[in-house]
Design a protein around this ligand. Sequence first.
Ligand code: BGP
Length: 472
Amino acid sequence: MNFQKNFLWGSASAAYQIEGAANIDGKGPSIWDIYSNIPGNTFKNTTGEVAIDFYHKYEEDISLMKEMGLKAYRFSVSWPRILPKGKGEINPKGIEFYHKVIDKLIENNIEPILTIYHWDLPQALQDEYGGWESRKIIEDFTNYCKILYKEYGNKVKYWVSLNEQNIFTSLGYLLKLHPPKKSNMQTFINVNHIANLANAKAIEEFRKHVPNGLIGPSFAYGPTYAKSAHPKDVLAMENAQEINNFLWLDVYARGEYSPLTINLLKSIGITINFQDGDKELLKKGIPDFMGVNYYSTATYRHITRKVANEINNQKGNTVQSDVKELLTDKLFVPAKNEFVRLTDWNWVIDPDGLRIALRRITSRYNLPILITENGLGAYDTLEDGKVHDDYRIEYLKEHITAIKDSINDGCNVLGYCTWSFQDLFSWLNGYSKRYGFVFVDRDEESQKELKRYKKDSFYWYKKIINSNGEDL
Ligand code: BGP
């Protein structure tokens, strides 16, 4: 079997990582504007204040997409650009900007995939009631969604509700790596439950306003492996699967938490804060597809089975968590997998893991899947206007092959969005960790002229799209 005829060969981005124009045309501050401006929070104190200036350069970037033959472009809308205070007054310039982007994409036969929330919460809501820590956010988020549905619902078919809820909740409330930089397991689970409710409500409203559209969350899926066939390691792996994966996937796809997840949490003293009506609401949030952001797999062992030489051979610089002990360590412990390679930032490279991810979702939920992110972060060198990124080509080729195999296995994959089209701002790794097909000439020290250069991978992906994945 091959890729379906209308397979969405795409690429992805997020507002804060590309737009820049942080204080322009009525945009309000987001939690990331504030957070990245506090020294020590990001790599070399980099911010997305200018980013790659997509706000002013979107036409140039979209012409490059057209030249490549890109079929889909995933971007996010900045909530505080639409609603500077998170609620209340709408910013017409913000509304207009995304109309222009969407129209330009459509004009060039590129399917827009709109992410509603990619982490840039309006700071005003953080200040007023603690953002995701309060149930008040459900109403504000729903109102924001409704504005987008009414504005763009007749132009945009594919929608992503929350990007990587598992990452923004765990990094924000457990690992102290994202705003608001807290570390408390119970708060994390509370915040996550509120985000589940907001997600479900957004999907419930979507059905009313965009009846012909398709919507799903984007989940950062790291399938779990056992360190060995020792039954205790397998149980640890299954525990990790409950806490790291099913805690989200089951709620999205089935509208309920797995009983095992609930009990495991209980065993470490954590409860899910249910209120009247929550269970019913979660059932209304079943998506049309599961969005998957895939970068790596994770291996686990039982706490009593000590294994020497655990993960660490990192070259790439990043901001690290100072949280040393997690409650979940009692249930599973991360272990090194000697069968996989690592990127310079210590991320596992495992194309088979993508096939495993797609198969596990299909087997457990039987939902269509949209791969909303996948790519290689690497140091690139610009020489005579060229970037020879054969390592990126190899990475993408292996992952596309894995998708093809999973389609043959019986998975229904709607599309593949690489991360990313252009080089962009990495939340914790500045500008030198590059993912794009298009090199953007800026670094941590200087934004230079933000000139765009096509990398070797640009021409390669163009060929893949043109042959619908045949010419791998
Ligand atoms: C995902 C995010 C993206 C992007 C990507 C790469 O978690 O959804 O926004 O940043 O990871 O991550 P990084 O920039 O840390 O390498």
